[in-house]
Write a protein that binds this ligand. Structure first.
Ligand SMILES: C[S@@+](CC[C@H](N)C(=O)[O-])C[C@H]1O[C@@H](n2cnc3c(N)ncnc32)[C@H](O)[C@@H]1O
Length: 312
């Protein structure tokens, strides 16, 4: 399956590897292994003593990672959410020793391109959308019982879909007559329920994004991992996060800003900025893909890389 599956072109690859400021003997974690583009590039910078741990929820990413682990003893992979980072690190006795962590958030190209995964409104497949199909409810299962209010909230919050209520009503009316089972059924339903089209955007884009984020608990996982990532790193360790839409980037940006500021004391307190105990410092500004990468990989269009270093 892995061999025949579509490729994933890693986004902001050189920028991320540079930002990690790799120590040849260091310990690194790729929290979103995918097809291993970033992990392989990190391994390329390491000596025989360096190590990379890959994490991914997805069984096909796991399979790819197991292939890599069989060829390169410096690499190991575990199938779990990066929201369990602390536990995973503890079992390896890596607490406080990790030199760098990469999170390349969201879905991989193979997840979108393989119709059976049910992520894409462009391909007919079962309405699944789980990164780990062995865990939790599929999109079809959730849509079979969720209330109209719940669906509306998901569409508005995670898809910023202004016709959320109208689409939710159409979903509930349709599924009450007969269950929604496929991606095309949902895409056609949203198409019909949407009063007008945005230029160059399928009307179901926002609905699919919203349901995918909800089904995979994506924003909660992201909020949970950031503090853990700082905690498990050594002083000088770098955390690099690539996000693909404003909802994710907002979480990362705010967390980094707050941690780099330190204790939340009133402005009139007579202390200097470093006495506020910041745990990290920001490394540069947000990085976006250059023209050359955008021409090669349109998926890089919305990618934003943010980098911090642990200082305390
Ligand atoms: C954009 S892809 C990463 C691609 C990878 N950097 C590469 O070069 O091949 C995102 C991957 O992260 C995984 N993922 C997303 N959220 C996750 C989470 N909370 N825990 C673990 N893996 C996650 C997805 O299953 C997907 O394989």
């Amino acid at each position: 399956m892995t061999k025949a599956s579509p490729e994933h072109i890693p986004v902001l690859l050189d920028e991320t590897v540079t930002a990690l400021n790799i120590k040849p003997d260091g310990l690194y974690i790729d929290g979103t292994f995918g097809r291993g583009g970033h992990a392989r590039a990190i391994l390329g910078e390491l000596s025989s003593k360096g190590r990379v741990l890959g994490l991914d929820k997805d069984p096909e990413a796991l399979e790819e990672g197991q292939d890599l682990a069989a060829k390169d003893e410096r690499f190991t992979i575990e199938q779990c959410s990066f929201a369990k980072l602390s536990d995973t690190v503890k079992t390896r006795f890596w607490q406080g020793k990790v030199d760098g962590i990469l999170l390349d958030i969201g879905v991989s190209s193979p997840q979108l391109d393989i119709a059976e995964r049910g992520f894409s409104f462009r391909k007919e497949g079962p309405l699944d959308m789980r990164m780990n199909p062995g865990e939790g409810k599929s999109a079809a299962e959730w849509l079979a019982y969720a209330s109209m209010d719940e669906i509306t909230t998901v569409l508005k919050t995670f898809g910023e879909e202004r016709f959320g209520k109208r689409i939710a009503r159409a979903i509930v009316e349709t599924r009450d007559a007969s269950p929604l089972r496929t991606t095309k059924q949902l895409a056609d339903l949203v198409d019909k329920a949407s009063p007008f089209r945005e230029k160059n955007k399928h009307p179901a884009t926002r609905t699919f994004q919203a349901i995918r984020i909800h089904i995979n608990n994506e924003l909660d996982d992201l909020s949970l991992v950031l503090q853990q990532a700082i905690d498990v790193m050594a002083i000088g360790g770098r955390l690099t996060v690539i996000s693909f839409h404003s909802l994710e980037d907002r979480i990362v940006k705010r967390f980094f800003r707050d941690q780099a500021k330190g204790d939340d004391l009133p402005a009139y307190f007579p202390i200097t900025a470093d006495q506020l105990n910041p745990s990290i410092k920001l490394i540069g500004k947000a990085i976006k893909s250059g023209e050359e990468e955008l021409a090669r990989n349109p998926r890089a269009r919305s990618a934003v890389l943010r980098v911090v270093e642990k200082i305390k």
